[in-house]
Ligand binder design. Structure first.
Ligand SMILES: Cc1cn([C@H]2C[C@H](O)[C@@H](COP(=O)(O)OP(=O)(O)O[C@H]3O[C@@H](C)C(=O)[C@@H](O)[C@H]3O)O2)c(=O)[nH]c1=O
Length: 186
């Protein structure tokens, strides 16, 4: 398993060591000891989530606020997505920056996304099964987010907007500016 730093503070790309043989393959998809040793962070995951989406589905950008914030270890079981994480921690040296990484069932890459980041992904294959671990429970009252096409973030999702399928809830998410004003009033 290799754990690499990214341009964003506390955000890591993890590539498991895959053991292939005539039966197929085996790999450790999470090892708390290795994770904590390599990153210096502690991880106490309490909820696992799975979703399946078809081509062009974009989920995000989502986060939970305050005491309900969640760190996530995200991966793809089948298919391919472009996964995006945005650093919204005001004290962070990489505040306001984002990273976009292709995760697939084939490359088995994972991204560790710290608390205080917004997260989203778009499906690039016919369909994709997404799997992620969270270090805090789902709390609908603390859900927040930012619109995927925020002009300041200017994220390249790799697909034309006409090809995207986005939930009504996600289409109503605020811009980064509006989000920051709302959060500062809490
Ligand atoms: C996220 C979540 C949703 N739900 C329910 C609420 C709702 O009825 C249904 C679908 O919820 P959503 O539309 O919010 O699902 P989705 O858009 O897939 O939300 C997820 O998006 C990605 C990008 C993330 O980063 C996640 O943290 C999460 O916000 O599932 C739970 O019961 N537990 C959960 O942890």
């Amino acid at each position: 398993m290799t754990i690499q730093e990214t341009n964003l503070k506390d955000c890591y790309i993890i590539e498991p060591t895959v053991f292939g043989d005539e039966r197929g393959c085996f790999f450790e998809s999470f090892n708390q000891r290795t994770f904590e040793k390599e990153t210096g962070l502690s991880a106490n995951f309490v909820q696992d989530n799975r979703s399946k989406s078809s081509f062009g589905v974009l989920r995000g950008l989502h986060l939970q606020l305050g005491e309900f914030a969640q760190a996530k270890l995200v991966s793809v079981l089948s298919g391919e997505v472009l996964d995006v994480a945005v650093d919204l921690r005001e004290q962070s040296p990489t505040y306001g920056q984002h990273i976009a990484v292709k995760l697939s069932g084939e490359n088995k890459k994972q991204m560790f996304i710290p608390r205080g980041f917004a997260h989203g992904f778009v499906v690039l294959s016919e369909s994709a099964e997404f799997f992620y671990k969270c270090d805090n429970f789902y709390a609908p009252q603390a859900e927040s987010g930012i619109i995927f096409n925020d002009p300041q973030l200017n994220i390249d999702w790799g697909l034309d907007e006409s090809k995207l399928t986005i939930s009504e809830k996600d289409q109503k998410l605020p811009t980064l500016d509006t989000y920051l004003k709302t959060v500062s009033q809490l």
